[in-house]
Structures are given as C-alpha cells and as structure tokens.
Design a protein around this ligand. Structure first.
Ligand code: HEM
Length: 614
C-alpha cells in the first residue's frame, strides 16, 4: 500500500499520480508491505513498529517539536520582540565565542565522535549536500532569485573578513516536506527526513525495503572490499560519488563507499566501524551455526549490532554526557543486569527536532586537528578534521584509518570553554567551500528552523522563565550577558544556541544543562517508543537471558578492538584520557561479548522465519 509520507495516510490514486508527474514519488510516499504482523522482527524501513499505525517510525516520519516553531512570515526567521530583525548571526557568534585552541583534561576525541552517532542514526546530510553540490551560488547574483538561498551576511567590520574581502557565506534553507512539494505550504514547515527515527543503526543498514543491494546474500554478510589489509564497505552503490567528493587524487585517494553515506570525519569513521562489526558478527554466527540461512544470519547479526550500539550509547556514553541525575530521571539505565521492559505503545517513534538541532553545540568543543598514531602508540602526524569530510579515500591509504582510530582515544578532546577551534569557525568544510563558519551557520539554521528563543527552553526544562538580564545571567553567567545585552533588545530575543554556548558544565555531566534536558528527552523517547528495544524480554525474537548477558559486556574498548584488528592496545575507558587509572592494556585483556550464546543446536532445521524472509 502506498502511504503519503507526511500525513501517514494511504495516498489516493490521484495523489500518487500527482507526485509521479512531479517526480516526487520517492520522497513524498512510502510503499509498505502490509499487513504488519505483531510477531515479526524489526523492519529495515521502520514500518510496523506499531501495527495500528504502520507508517509512523518509517524513514520519512516528520520530526517531533518539543515547542512549536516561530517565524516572522512564512519561513522567514522570527523578529525580535521590538519587531526589528534579530542581530546578524555572524555578529552574535563573533561576540559570544572566541576563536582559539583548547584541550580537555578528562576526555578524548572519541567522546565527540561517538556522540555524533546519536544524530547520524536519525538525521542526514541532505541539506549540506544541497549547498555544497547543488545550490552553490547563493552568494552570487543568481542566488538572489532562488528562495532556497539564504546566505550568511558578514558584517563590514568583521574582525576576520574585513581583511579577506569575504562578505557572504553560502547557505541554503532546510529542505522541508512543504518546499519539496510533499505537503501544502499551509501545513507549516517540517524538515524533510530520510532516516528512521529510532536507534537501529540505519547509518549502515539504511532504511529501505525490499532487500538492499549492499547484501552479499551469503552468510548474512554485507559486500566488502579489501585494501591496505583492511575491510571497507563496497565502492558500488548510491553514495559512490558523495562519500568521496573531497578525495585528493594526487594523494592516491581513490576509494568511495557505495552503500553508506560519507559524512563528517566522526560519522564516516563510525560507518566503517559498524560496517565491519556487522561482517565480523555475521562471520562468527555462520561458523557457530553453519545450518542457518543467509537471511537469518543477516537479521540476527543486525539485531546484535544494534544492541551493541545501544548498550554502549546508553550505558557508557550517556552517563558521561548527561550525568547520573538525568539518567535516573529518564530511566535510561536499567537497575538490574537482566531484562527490563521500557516500551510504551502510546509514545510515537519520532525523533526530536530540537535534539537534532541542539547537538550542534558540539561544534564548539570539536578539536580541529586530528592526530595519527602508529602501532606503538607513537605520534606520527596530524591533519585537519575539516579537510576529511566526504573524503573516505583518505582512510585506506598509508594505514590512515587505524592511525586515526588510535588517535580517537589517545588525543584529548577539544576544550569545553568559550573558544571554538578556528578551523570549525572559519574553514568548516575544508577545501569544499572558500570559507564556512559552522557556528554561525548553526545560529542561522536555528532561526530558519523556527526554533523558539532560549528562555522558552529554560522554561520547558523546568526553570522559571527569565524576565530580566539578571535572571538570564543565572544560566549563562554575567560575562555573556555583558556581551549580548546591546546586541539583543530583550532577553526573549536570545537564540537557543547562544544560551547553550553560555551555560556552564553541570555537576555530574558534560553537556550544558539545557542540551542535557533535550538530549535526555530524545534518548528516552527513542527507547520507550521502540517495540524491538534490545532489553525487552517480550519483543519478537527477544534475546535469551544468556544472550543479553553477552550484550551487556559491550564497551567502546571491546568494540574498537574488534573492528580495528590493527589495534593492539587500548584503554578500558577510551572516552577518557590515558592515565594511571585508565592505562593502555592489550586488547586481549578487554572483556568482550561471546557469540556462543547464539549457538543453535537444532542442526538440520534450516529455519527461515517470517522475520528473516522479507
Ligand atoms: C570534524 C568535525 C565536524 C565537522 C567538520 C562538522 C561539520 C558539519 C557541517 C558542515 C554541518 C552542516 C552545517 C549546516 O547546517 O550547514 C554539520 C551539522 C551538524 N553537526 Fe557537525 N561537524 C563536526 C563534528 C560534529 C560533532 C562531533 C557533532 C556532535 C556530536 C556534530 C553535530 C552536528 C549536528 C547535530 C549537525 C546538524 C545536522 C542536521 O541538522 O542535519 N558535528 N556539521
């Protein structure tokens, strides 16, 4: 049955014909294999997570707003309370954030890399691809005629660009269901989505039915290629141009990834890690259970990889980012090691709009330089992180990927202060654009998305809504208030991101409290709305107690040692810096899951279950 992506209602023949004539069928509709079956496993396209509402949860599910959007007119940014336009984004950014380098004394680069997985699993890079590869002219005459163009204006007295002569930075509006033609303009502005809203490793498995072309159809494996003594996603597939758009041919960089998106460095690296994990798990399952069908191995391996990721995200990463208090308040961790059932059918599987936006805060802590280390953990060389976006060809030469993987836990994270790395704030997209200020783009995107002012999110998160600058200073400190009170006329004008930039580090967490509130909300929804959540004893094809016990052993240390065989040593807690309490140890000494818990002695019975047959 063909459903309308936006309304989640069956599409009439007339509507389908309309979309077909506009070449919009793929974006504006979802073709579902129905009926749903209560007993079937997790589908690739996210459908049927609720049999009574089969479409919500699929890859075009509109995002959920914590607070309704505000605009001045149609999709134009809100004005200030006085009715005047808000201050220029670049001016605000330059005033609030300093540019410079700083390092964190406690955490490693890996903390930021794996934080990026949370939104890579639910979001996509289509807006960036748009202004990078399609709508490149927003700062030119042609851009004035294109509504999608919304370039960043650089103030004339900008302390960097008054010397460079750059007065405009290319940027496009977000693609919405409305401006793509999938919904009437009168329905609002809902950002277009292409990934399923739940945490199901869709950055690897993507979100399409029927069976995708990346499968080898043998032993549950994904198609891979070998180079430089390592395993890589096959170069054949839909992303084999974008993933390697910035490859430097003169450097010998030829490799592209076909099935998985190329992205920013942290996400491209995670793509390789999880692609390999799938194949390593599948190969082991095939050896343990040679009588299992290819389909069965594929789906069980996928289920295990999703569970490993969620175990690491919820039990190792989130306690650091959010702190104990939020973890407990949102019940993100189980009290016992056994099963638990957080599923709540009333909660719809939809990702949070504000989460996807507010995670951009990480740009101010991102280190611009990545360091590469040899097999003895000796420093070799460094490169610019911003130069490695959409450049997967860099990975498979000179053992760079293994060297970068070591760097992820040997190098300190960027400092958590008011300084943004100059590469992030002035280069942004490496050589792909003359100059990009990611932090200013973040501010502008918030306004283009209609995100409400900071004070409204303080109220949403349980604080009293500030009415005066003095009230606001309790959250962001006097120094920030001093800097912004002449730029913004009113406390009600201050952008959400400016508030996040100003907030200090909470007692027992890492991210600013308001981001903590938004992130915890997202993580809770993604867990309780997931019928196939790995800790449930009563989901279809639930793990056995013994299997769950093995999943509980998943850790970033065990994970990295598994997916990068060239790694010989690691720290037990690689999100934290090497220290006497967290020393480098041999990979063999790190406890790891044992897939023998999936041994199925029912030999001769070649089970081809419904779950494994679509
Ligand atoms: C090498 C480091 C990084 C680079 C070069 C980078 C670059 C970018 C770029 C170019 C964009 C698109 C900006 C736009 O809207 O025009 C973006 C968006 C974003 N980035 Fe980063 N980023 C990096 C690290 C991170 C990290 C570590 C996180 C979080 C943990 C993060 C979170 C986000 C989020 C949430 C978005 C918005 C995604 C969306 O709405 O589609 N980034 N980044």
């Amino acid at each position: 049955i063909v459903y309308d992506s936006y309304t989640a209602e069956p599409a009439s023949e007339e509507l389908v014909e309309h979309y077909r004539s506009q070449n919009l069928l793929q974006n504006c509709t979802i073709n579902l294999e129905l009926p749903c079956n209560e007993e079937e496993g997790r589908r690739l396209d996210g459908s049927c997570s609720d049999v009574d509402d089969p479409v919500t949860g699929t890859f075009h599910t509109p995002l959920n707003r914590l607070l309704p959007p505000v605009y001045s007119y149609e999709d134009e940014p809100r004005n200030s309370v006085s009715g005047d336009p808000l201050p220029l984004e670049r001016r605000v950014r330059k005033r609030v954030l300093l540019e410079g380098k700083a390092s964190d004394s406690e955490f490693t680069q890996l903390l930021h890399y794996v934080s990026a997985i949370t939104f890579a699993d639910t979001g996509s890079v289509h807006d960036t691809i748009n202004y990078l590869m399609q709508t490149q002219y927003c700062c030119e005459e042609e851009g004035k005629k294109d509504h999608m163009c919304t370039p960043i204006v650089v103030p004339i007295d900008d302390d960097t660009h008054r010397f460079s002569g750059i007065k405009c930075l290319n940027l496009t509006r977000p693609r919405t269901f409305q401006n793509m033609g999938c919904a009437a303009a009168s329905t609002g502005h809902d950002r277009f989505t292409v990934n399923t809203p739940l945490y199901e490793n869709s950055f690897i498995y993507r979100s399409v039915e029927p069976m995708p072309e990346y499968r080898a159809y043998k032993d549950g494996m994904l198609i891979y290629e070998e180079e430089d003594g390592s395993m890589w996603p096959t170069s054949q597939g839909p992303n084999n141009v974008t993933s390697c758009y910035a490859n430097v041919a003169a450097n010998g960089e030829k490799r592209c990834f076909g099935p998985v998106q190329g992205s920013i460095l942290p996400v491209s690296m995670s793509n390789v890690w999880f692609y390999r994990l799938h194949n390593i798990v599948a190969a082991e399952l095939a050896e343990i259970n040679p009588h299992w069908s290819d389909d069965k191995i594929f789906y069980v391996a996928r289920d295990i990889c999703i569970a490993i990721n969620n175990q690491m995200q919820y039990y190792e990463l989130m306690p650091i980012l959010l702190g104990k208090d939020l973890i407990t308040r949102h019940a993100l961790n189980s009290i016992s090691k056994g099963f638990r059932d957080p599923y709540n059918k009333k909660v719809k599987p939809r990702a949070s709009f504000e989460f996807m936006y507010a995670m951009r805060w990480f740009h101010i802590v991102q280190e611009g330089i990545v360091k590469l280390f040899d097999e003895h953990n000796h420093y070799l060389k460094e490169d610019r992180a911003v130069n490695l976006t959409l450049r997967v060809g860099y990975f498979s030469i000179d053992d760079n990927f293994a060297k970068l993987t070591r760097g992820s836990f040997l190098q300190a994270a960027g400092g958590r202060d008011r300084a943004v790395d100059p590469d992030i704030s002035e280069l942004g997209l490496g050589g792909m654009q003359h100059s990009t200020d990611l932090t200013t783009a973040d501010l502008r995107k918030g306004r283009l998305f209609g995100v409400q002012p900071y004070v409204d999110y303080l109220e949403f998160c349980g604080s009293r809504k500030p009415k005066t600058w003095k009230d606001l200073a309790k959250h962001v400190g006097w120094e920030i208030v001093e800097q912004i009170r002449e730029l913004y006329d009113d406390v009600n004008d201050v952008d959400l991101l400016v508030g996040l930039w100003g907030e200090g580090r909470p007692k027992d967490g890492y991210v600013p409290p308001t981001l903590g509130c938004i992130l915890a909300n997202q993580m809770e929804t993604a867990m309780v709305a997931d019928k196939h959540w790995y800790e449930r004893p009563n989901r279809p094809y639930a793990f056995t107690r013994a299997q769950l016990k093995e999943i509980r052993k998943a850790s970033f240390a065990a994970f990295l040692c598994t997916v990068e065989p060239k790694l010989k040593t690691i720290t037990p807690q690689p999100l934290r810096r090497v220290s006497a309490m967290n020393p480098l140890v041999n990979c063999e000494d790190i406890e790891k899951w044992d897939l023998n818990a999936w041994r199925d002695d029912n030999v001769g019975y070649r089970r081809n279950h419904r779950q494994f047959s679509h």
